[in-house]
Design a protein around this ligand. Structure first.
Ligand code: AMP
Length: 421
């Protein structure tokens, strides 16, 4: 037997009607972002590997073990994008988007690729929407981005959100804090996992992310980064909190929210949902004031977030699915063989006039065609039999409300369907 194929582990086919739910999320997102003043950006599916190494950081999980990296025929090292901030910043610098205004607000809806161990809510190709607000160092911009993340989830019908908020300060205060953390952990060195022992040297902040209960115990009494912020960082953080309170957006202060990526500074946040189990993060983001400079641009502050669409769909309780599933369509039924060529033309004429129309191409019986009209949830069935062919008319049956059937002249059908009785 010929071999059949399976999708790659950690990737997913989106089949109808699931695609309709996706389109709803996408169209609500486009609409929402527009109202908040964000413009869409789309970047290529792969980039130079170095872009991610330099921005996300060599020590991060993403760069050290999750990237899909390959050489093209010219031996360039390329990587399928494992996150979207670096490509957006690369595009911002490359096209000098700063010239279009002192504040640039961009959003995206896109696919990402990470070689993680697949499980519920964790895929190897997945999708995110997100924003990047570039140009403002001020706390009102952080608050706007966090409010957008929170309110868009609510708009999508995701309730029971928990927003965790923190600040990791500037690089200088973080470096100082890292030393405090390393000193605190020194007596526990042998009790730490190998990963954490390695992180003590490479990226001590990441130890705070540990899921190991024994390490979490050890960390109970560790110094808190929030207690070691510089004055300016603390004022910024207090102001973000005040804005969120004024906006009635509830948050929990999280001491260990360091985020996996290296380029953050000051504000970090995450939104979780209880329905998602172990992979409960819907959305994560924060401020990254040095990233653009590190990628070769002029120093420009920025803040943003990314939200995982697969997880949002898992958490979504109610969503009004757009038009598609509500009965609007017309099913054209051939009640005799002589009508079969006519229904093709009629369907195309109706579609040209903007009416959703379908018909049978596998020559089914009258009864099966009617069953199909109901299965497709059509609002009307249009019949053509021998009588109708002779009289140049059709029978139009209302399938949803009245069940009424009327005779309509064929050349008046579009008009009738646009203004039914
Ligand atoms: P990150 O880019 O890691 O900050 O992730 C932002 C959001 O993307 C997370 O909160 C998740 O909702 C989603 N996400 C991250 N990794 C995955 C994955 N492997 N599969 C599905 N969703 C993911």
């Amino acid at each position: 037997m010929t071999k059949s194929f399976q999708s790659i582990k950690g990737t997913k086919d989106l089949l109808p009607p699931e695609t309709t739910r996706w389109r709803t999320v996408e169209s609500v997102t486009h609409d929402f972002m527009g109202r908040w003043g964000y413009k869409e950006i789309r970047t290529p599916v792969f980039e130079q590997t170095e872009l991610f190494a330099r921005s996300v950081g060599e020590e991060s999980d993403i760069v050290s073990k999750q990237m899909y990296t390959f050489s093209d025929q010219s031996k360039n090292s390329l990587t399928l994008k494992p996150e979207l901030t670096a490509p957006v910043m690369r595009a911002y610098i490359q096209h000098d988007l700063a010239r279009t205004g002192a504040l640039t607000k961009l959003y995206y809806i896109d696919s990402l690729f990470r070689q993680e161990r697949p499980q519920a809510g964790r895929l190897r190709q997945f999708h995110q929407y997100g924003v990047e607000a570039i140009g403002s160092p001020y706390p009102e911009q952080d608050a706007e981005v966090i409010a957008l993340a929170y309110k868009l989830l609510q708009k999508l019908g995701v309730d029971n959100l928990t927003l965790y908020l923190s600040s990791i300060g500037s690089k200088e205060c973080r470096d100082r804090y890292c030393q405090l953390l390393v000193d605190y952990l020194a007596p526990y060195h042998d009790k730490l996992s190998q990963t954490s022992q390695k992180r003590l040297k490479t990226n001590p902040l990441r130890i705070l992310d540990t899921k190991d209960p024994e390490e979490q115990d050890i960390l109970q009494k560790a110094p808190h980064l929030l207690d070691h912020l510089e004055n300016d960082d603390r004022i910024h953080y207090e102001s973000v909190k005040r804005h969120l309170t004024d906006l009635n957006i509830p948050f929990i202060q999280a001491h260990s929210l360091v985020r996996g990526l290296d380029y953050y500074s000051r504000t970090t946040f995450e939104i979780t949902h209880p329905r998602l189990g172990a992979q409960n993060a819907l959305c994560g983001g924060g401020r990254y004031d040095r990233l653009i400079e590190e990628l070769g641009g002029k120093p420009t502050p920025a803040v943003g977030f990314a939200a995982g669409i697969e997880r949002i769909l898992m958490a979504m309780e109610k969503i009004e699915v757009i038009a598609e599933d509500t009965p609007t369509g017309v099913y054209i039924v051939a009640a005799c063989d002589a009508a079969r060529p006519i229904i093709v033309e009629l369907a195309v004429d109706l579609r040209d006039a903007g009416i959703t129309a379908d018909f049978d191409t596998i020559r089914r019986s009258l009864k099966s065609q009617m069953r199909e009209a109901n299965r497709l949830n059509c609002a009307y069935a249009v019949f053509i039999g021998e009588d109708e062919l002779r009289k140049n008319c059709v029978q139009v049956k209302n399938l949803t409300t009245t069940g009424k059937q009327v005779e309509v002249k064929t050349n008046n059908l579009v008009n009738y369907l646009q203004n039914p009785d």
